[in-house]
Design a protein around this ligand. Structure first.
Ligand code: MSP
Length: 498
């Protein structure tokens, strides 16, 4: 059976992870857990992007080799994912031999096919930045960082024939309306492609820290061409196209991949909006050239700012998700990020908003519902087991379909909104029925109200779990058939610190 294959971008190891990187990886974790809970086999890939001049520089500044530096930061990513309770199936590093070998093989295939060709690139170059800049990046051809004039440089480079795929891409977008997601991002991409695609320089002779081209090792592969291939190298393409088949088969086995076709094509590449063109234009063109099926969906979410500002080292406003989780709990953080902002749009992180959300949705709505229900249930003996039918539960079954639609569309905020609207209804149900008063005249009717709530809360638990796994497990425990225990509140109220 084909697995549901979901990926995060592979993150650069030039600096340490923050809330922005965590956002994408958490979203994939939530979708992956949801799918798994529905019995769908899932393959969830994340990893690190480790080549290129910026990483070479970061290593130099730290006085270590690029590989040593990459090892350290990749380990920090793995650590953070563990702390955020992220259950990925595979972690790829672009310095893995399984990846490097696949990139080299892909390059030679496209070269033989004529989709990669040798040429010259000329442009204005900043020697200190070691990058080409055009006039929009460097007005007057003076480097805005080093304030030095740029030099005209002509360099031998291999090009990928991106222009050849312009029409095929447009046709693909048209025939696959779900590919560019959310749909509002589609127009910009189609217009960009329609405006004309230029062939892409895909090797460098000046960057040593990269994957050498097999047939011409004076060139290393351009980081983006290298990085995008991670999605297929992790899915096991190497075993199909590389010479050392046995090695790649072994690597696939370690990664939990039997055949490339069991995993590929990806169902969702989840990324931030700033790297959408790479994923929506260059990547599908590369796959077309290779003759490999295209991913089903490329979804770009928005960007988080912090108290209205872009996160940056200089501003010192980088949010460390581990710190927030340690202070306020991991699940509230996981919840907040996806409840606060429509998934796809930009968002602003502030501790005030976090605490407001926590108190309203978690302490009041969900936490109170659970404790009120269990406190009342304690009067009627053990929590019930077996089949049950009631109106509230019927509503929950209908809602289940709606939530599934939202989750499939990656409208994570809408899925949570739907769950919380039911939680609101359940709290109102208690307020209307007043089981504590009802018990005085009709004990059986009061008990029925509580039973309705217990059964429906068990459904709520299933929906809450992918977003807040520890909370879900705790709810499941508290609501399982048997005697009712005394419990501390799930989410004690927080005070806004001034
Ligand atoms: N290495 C490339 C991706 C290659 S994928 C084949 C890269 N790496 S990155 O480290 O810069 O990570 C970028 C990604 O991190 C974004 O696409 C997004 O998923 C996430 N985010 C980083 N900062 C973010 C915010 N401030 N807000 C939301 N997400 C952001 O680009």
């Amino acid at each position: 059976m084909k697995k549901f294959y979901i990926t995060t971008p592979i993150y650069y190891v030039n600096s340490y992870p923050h809330i922005g990187h965590s956002y994408t990886t958490l979203a994939c974790d939530i979708v992956s857990r949801y799918k798994k809970s529905r019995g769908v086999p899932v393959h969830f890939l994340t990893g690190t992007d480790e080549h290129g001049i910026n990483i070479e520089k970061a290593a130099q500044a730290a006085g270590v080799s690029p590989k040593e530096w990459a090892d350290k930061v990749a380990a920090a990513y793995k650590d953070l994912w563990k702390n955020l309770n992220i259950e990925y199936d595979d972690f790829i590093r672009t310095t893995d031999r399984r990846h490097e070998g696949t990139v080299q093989a892909v390059f030679e295939i496209l070269l033989a096919k004529g989709d990669i060709y040798l040429g010259h690139y000329s442009g204005m170059y900043c020697n200190s930045c070691e990058t080409y800049m055009d006039e929009t990046e460097a007005p007057g051809f003076v480097c805005p960082i080093h304030k030095k004039p740029l030099n005209e440089v002509k360099e031998e480079t291999y090009f990928f024939k991106l222009s050849k795929y312009q029409d095929a891409l447009l046709k693909f977008y048209e025939n696959n309306p779900d590919f560019l997601s959310p749909s509002f991002r589609g127009t910009e991409i189609s217009n960009f492609v329609k405006s004309g695609l230029k062939d892409l320089s895909v090797t460098r002779t000046k960057v040593a820290w990269g994957i050498p081209v097999l047939s011409n090792p004076a060139h290393t592969v351009y980081v983006w061409f290298d990085a995008l291939i991670n999605y297929v190298s992790a899915a096991g393409l190497g075993a199909k196209i590389c010479k050392d088949k046995a090695f790649f088969e072994m690597e696939n086995k370690k990664a939990g991949v039997k055949n490339f076709e069991d995993v590929w094509p990806a169902d969702v590449h989840l990324i931030g909006k700033e790297i959408y063109r790479f994923h929506a234009v260059i990547w599908p063109a590369m796959l077309m050239a290779l003759g490999v099926p295209l991913p089903k969906k490329v979804f770009a979410h928005g960007w988080w700012t912090v108290e209205g500002e872009k996160m940056s080292k200089t501003l010192g406003n980088i949010v460390d998700p581990k710190k927030v989780a340690d202070e306020y709990g991991l699940d509230p953080l996981r919840f907040f990020l996806f409840r606060e902002v429509p998934f796809g749009a930009d968002g602003d992180f502030s501790m005030d908003a976090f605490i407001r959300r926590y108190n309203a949705d978690l302490a009041n709505d969900l936490g109170n519902l659970l404790s009120r229900t269990l406190n009342m249930a304690a009067k009627y003996g053990d929590l019930p087991a077996g089949d049950y039918k009631c109106e509230l539960l019927e509503k929950a079954y209908k809602l289940d379909k709606e939530i599934e639609r939202h989750m499939d569309a990656l409208a994570l905020d809408k899925a949570l909104e739907a769950v919380w609207s039911l939680i609101g209804n359940m709290n109102r149900y208690i307020d209307d029925k007043k089981p504590w008063a009802l018990a005085k005249t009709d004990e059986a009717a009061a008990k029925t109200v509580i039973t309705d709530l217990i059964y429906t809360l068990r459904r709520v638990t299933d929906w809450v779990t992918p977003f807040m796994p520890a909370t879900g497990a705790e709810m499941k425990k508290r609501l399982s058939p048997g005697p009712v225990q005394k419990y501390a509140p799930l989410f004690p109220r927080l005070e806004i610190k001034k």
